[in-house]
Design a binder for this molecule. Sequence first.
Ligand SMILES: Cc1cc2nc3c(=O)[nH]c(=O)nc-3n(C[C@H](O)[C@H](O)[C@H](O)COP(=O)(O)OP(=O)(O)OC[C@H]3O[C@@H](n4cnc5c(N)ncnc54)[C@H](O)[C@@H]3O)c2cc1C
Length: 387
Amino acid sequence: MDFDLSPEQEAFRRVVRDFADEVVRPRAEEMDERAELPMDIVKQMGELGLFGLPFPEEYGGQGSDFLTLCLAIEELARVDSSIAITLEAAVGLGANPIHRFGTQAQKERWLVPMCRGEILGAFGLTEPDGGSDAGATRTTAVLEDGQWVINGSKAFITNAGTPITALVTVTAVTGKEAGGHKEISTIIVPTDTPGYQAAKAYRKIGWHASDTRELSFNDCRVPEENLLGEVGAGYKQFLQTLDDGRIAIAALAVGLAQGCLDESVRYAKERHAFGRPIGAFQGLQFKIADMRVGVELARLAVYRAAWLQMQGRPFKAEASIAKLYATEMAVTAARDAVQVFGGYGYIEESPVARYYRDAKVLEIGEGTSEIQRLLIARDLGLPGTDL
Ligand SMILES: Cc1cc2nc3c(=O)[nH]c(=O)nc-3n(C[C@H](O)[C@H](O)[C@H](O)COP(=O)(O)OP(=O)(O)OC[C@H]3O[C@@H](n4cnc5c(N)ncnc54)[C@H](O)[C@@H]3O)c2cc1C
């Protein structure tokens, strides 16, 4: 057993930590207030190679590994969750399906510029009528004269409306399977396709600078070759995409919780009450010690799940365990960090106020905590519905 990161992983973590501290941290409060993704920071992330981290060099990627991507997401989230989720969604949801399931031509057209950070891709699975029950997809795609004609809508889609968003990969019903189940396929929709529209960005509780929108498709026509993989493969494809994504979201949660821990330790040493630093009170020491335990255990769960993924071994249950534990731990850590800060914790100028708002969505996106528990129970052989 070896719990050490490789020298390359450690070195890259250092690079991203410096970038997060020097470039992102000074802008985090302003980005949150303006609720706008800063494209100059996205450009610098592209130059650092972040968007191509786990992809082969032949497609403009860094040829690095999945754990290195998780480390980068963790380091960014330690400082700012909006920037971290922008990377997570761009790589995990935007580029990953094209890399895994795309043709050579699709990879050359879309993956290469995505790896360089020149364009962003989004992943449209959730619909206004349902996210957890993804099989209930209503969006349809009908093949007509060599084109898919798409109608429907998608909800809560990350990175869908940035100035450099060039494509959205959407799931759509393309027919019925033999057993009567919906046949779901995945289709690439370039954002300049007539009939495609991204609505105004949502006003969210947190992740303010991350771009999230509802999308509509009205007789949106794309070439037949924009199908990703095979007809009817959509269900399997998004489940696989989400397995990787859950580990990456768990890494984001670890980063956010580490940020809460760093801030809490700093503040507990500086702030005085009753003539002593508040960190001298056992009541706060226990909170901070628990925070550290949570961060360390979640980190182990994330790295192990990422390691299994990299070995090509089954990791579905481990991804759910890491996602469930890390995200619930992060919500608790953020709540406790606000408590350590007292009144200042409730004021927007303190970073922990932002961490508190940013944490909650981690228990919702890429499969809610309830869905993770169902998946973990399923892995134990307990009966249940199709997920
Ligand atoms: C900021 C943000 C960004 C997002 N980005 C994307 C994106 O890029 N692409 C994308 O496709 N989606 C995205 N999502 C959508 C997200 O994945 C869904 O919101 C999530 O999967 C939950 O789906 P829902 O909102 O429809 O909730 P619902 O499925 O309606 O669930 C409502 C509640 O019911 C519970 N529930 C549902 N079914 C069960 C069950 N069987 N057992 C027990 N409890 C159950 C849920 O856990 C939840 O508590 C994003 C969401 C947010 C908020």
